[in-house]
Design a protein around this ligand. Structure first.
Ligand code: DX5
Ligand code: ZN
Length: 217
């Protein structure tokens, strides 16, 4: 079986303590750190940008997985790559030229990810499979943590069939918890983003619950 990676989303962390939060979740077993960038335009919420990613970089030993919920994307790719993002994921809905965007992300030296909102069908990435390292399927409408999981089992399965033997991750983002994680893993996902389900009950001063929560997923 495929190894499942857990990518806690710092959207659910203490915003006044991001560096320590990243160190705490890695010490507690996180595989990747998921960084949700929102612009108040593509999604109805604002978080942070490349300067925050650059500040976080020294506090993350592993993969910094940057999820861009912004439009346009292309003018900011170089800044996020320079900030040390290992994976940069752009939404197919964020503009008319996702093919160009994925090429630009790879050219900037990062792994190229493409994200699909719940309402966007799997075949939207059919002509992108050789340009992408990761496909992020949203199982909530993006913008906020703590929303209810939307079942996308059929979409995951059809995507896994389309990918075939290409080395492409399927990442699931939104509402992942101990109940929903087995469903998406069984359907073929291998990177699970989880915000509220990882950070609940813990803090930088009491990080043990982060580890319990990660192991429960
Ligand atoms: C939603 C973000 C997600 C979110 C996940 O717009 O892209 O990464 O933080 O949070 P939970 O796990 O709480 O649904
Ligand atoms: Zn995300």
């Amino acid at each position: 079986d495929r190894a499942i990676k857990i990518a806690p989303s710092i959207l659910a962390a203490d915003f006044a303590n991001f560096g320590a939060e990243c160190e705490a979740i890695e010490a507690q077993g996180a595989d990747w750190v998921h960084v949700d960038v929102m612009d108040g335009h593509f999604v109805p919420n604002i978080t942070f940008g490349p300067a925050t990613c650059a500040a976080l970089r020294p506090h993350i030993k592993g993969v910094m997985d940057v999820h861009l919920m912004i439009a346009p994307v292309d003018p900011y790719i170089e800044a996020f790559a320079q900030a040390g993002a290992d994976v940069i994921t752009a939404h197919v809905e964020a503009g008319p030229h996702i093919h160009r965007t994925l090429q630009a992300i790879s050219a900037a030296g990062a792994k190229a990810g493409v994200a699909l909102n719940p309402g966007t069908p799997a075949h939207a990435v059919a002509d992108l499979l050789d340009l992408t390292d990761l496909i992020c399927l949203m199982t909530v409408n993006p913008g906020f943590g703590g929303q209810k999981f939307i079942d996308m089992g059929d979409k995951i399965r059809s995507l896994r069939a389309m990918i075939g033997d290409r080395p492409v991750h399927i990442e699931i983002d939104g509402g992942v918890d101990p109940d929903t994680a087995p469903l998406v893993a069984r359907a073929g996902a291998d990177v699970l983003v989880a915000g509220s389900a990882v950070f609940k009950g813990g803090s930088v001063d009491n990080p043990g619950p982060y580890g319990d929560n990660i192991r429960a997923i």
